[in-house]
Unconditional design. Structure first.
Length: 388
């Protein structure tokens, strides 16, 4: 893990000392561990993958925090005066709630912070962050609420944003890391965003400290040491409240589109029937996908065809022997063991531009018992579509 020394920016740059009463929350769900050290502004987001890979335990966050500016004032870290004392969750708990009465003594609002961690795979998961602001003021209040993130994805302080990043999503990779995958921070309906390098004089944290609007620029980013922030403008009348939501994810991209697998076309089988083609998992951005061939009989190998157009080409007078798509992008030979084979696709596919695209697969096996004019049997066409 990369180690750097940094003072809590909302505190140090504003000249305010952090509370000595700040505690640490550590939440976990299966392989995923989320650690947040309250007002210290140093946050860890670590994943302990069940797959036992060399990339496990990489610390993906150097800093993560809610900040705010009240009624045109300077920026502050939420509860920087230590009124809330973040509740320490029991070991193994997936959720923690912090209730802060009279945030930082302004006599203006209370806040409730809820963090929920969820594992979605052997090296994937996310945390949901809900911040609810409740006005206790006798008059209207206006807040600029910020979520600031300093990401060192896979423990590397040199990150690049991926296609799909935008005003409500930072999708980050580490080009120099061999671990692959992606890291994501999302915000529900923010009013502004800003991105800048850790040592950039125009980086978003300086705007936050000054209580200014974020710049709405900085994308695409990298490779460099990533910092970014989202901003919500919140106006509350006495007694009113508003909940803001953000997510922080590793190899789990929120796109609002489910992934899935469908089939079309015919099969040709030999004495033991046609080969089968399935996936080992649901196709999800950022996570590995196994393409699995079965019922290959006694053959020693299979050939997977990969394509991108669904127009079929049937061999005339050949018992239905059909290539299920007209655009063949790759031909992948695989050895069969007991009639089965598996191809694992790269887990680092986090590019949201592939959403909505059909990826077509078909398996062919040499079989002397085939009824076709060639000793070939084949599966139907499997259509893979990535989602979240």
């Amino acid at each position: 893990m990369i180690t750097r020394t940094i003072l809590p920016f909302c505190l140090a740059l504003a000249g305010i000392a952090a509370s000595s009463t700040a505690q640490t929350v550590q939440l976990s769900d299966a392989n995923m561990v989320f650690t947040w050290s309250g007002t210290s502004f140093i946050s860890g987001f670590s994943l302990v993958g069940a797959d036992g890979s060399a990339c496990d335990n990489a610390d993906n966050l150097f800093a993560w925090h809610w900040c705010y500016a009240l009624d045109g004032g300077a920026g502050q870290t939420l509860d920087e005066n230590g009124h809330g004392n973040y509740l320490v969750a029991p070991s193994g708990s997936t959720q923690a709630t912090q209730t802060i009465t009279d945030v930082d003594g302004h006599g203006a609002f209370d806040a409730t912070v809820v963090d929920v961690v969820r594992s979605t795979g052997s090296d994937a998961g996310y945390v949901e962050h809900d911040l609810t602001l409740i006005s206790t003021s006798s008059g209207p209040i206006n807040l600029k609420v910020y979520l600031f993130v300093d990401a060192d994805y896979n423990g590397v302080p040199s990150n690049t944003t991926l296609p799909g990043s935008g005003p409500d999503r930072f999708l980050i990779s580490a080009p120099t890391s061999t671990c692959g995958g992606c890291f994501e921070i999302t915000a529900d309906s923010p009013d502004h965003y800003g991105v800048g390098a850790f040592n950039d004089p125009n980086r978003p944290e300086l705007r936050i400290v000054a209580g200014n609007d974020l710049s709405d620029n900085g994308l695409p980013f990298g490779p460099a040491d990533f910092t970014g922030a989202f901003q919500w403008n919140v106006s509350l009348i006495p007694g009113a409240q508003r909940t803001l939501r953000a997510t922080t994810g590793h190899n789990d991209v929120f796109v609002g589109q489910p992934g899935g697998v469908t089939y079309f076309g015919n099969t040709v089988g030999g004495a033991s029937g046609p080969p089968t083609l399935t996936t080992g998992q649901t196709p999800v951005l950022g996570q590995p996908l196994d393409i699995v061939v079965g019922n290959g009989g006694s053959a020693s190998s299979t050939t997977l065809l990969f394509g991108g157009a669904s127009q079929s080409a049937t061999v005339p007078n050949c018992a239905g022997l059909t290539v299920g798509f007209s655009l063949i992008l790759a031909s992948v030979p695989l050895p069969l063991t007991g009639g089965s084979a598996s191809l694992t696709l790269d887990a680092s596919t986090c590019d949201t531009t592939i959403l909505g695209i059909d990826f077509l697969w078909q398996a062919f096996v040499i079989d002397q018992t085939s009824p076709a004019c060639f000793p070939l049997i084949h599966s139907d066409v499997m259509v893979v579509r990535y989602g979240d």
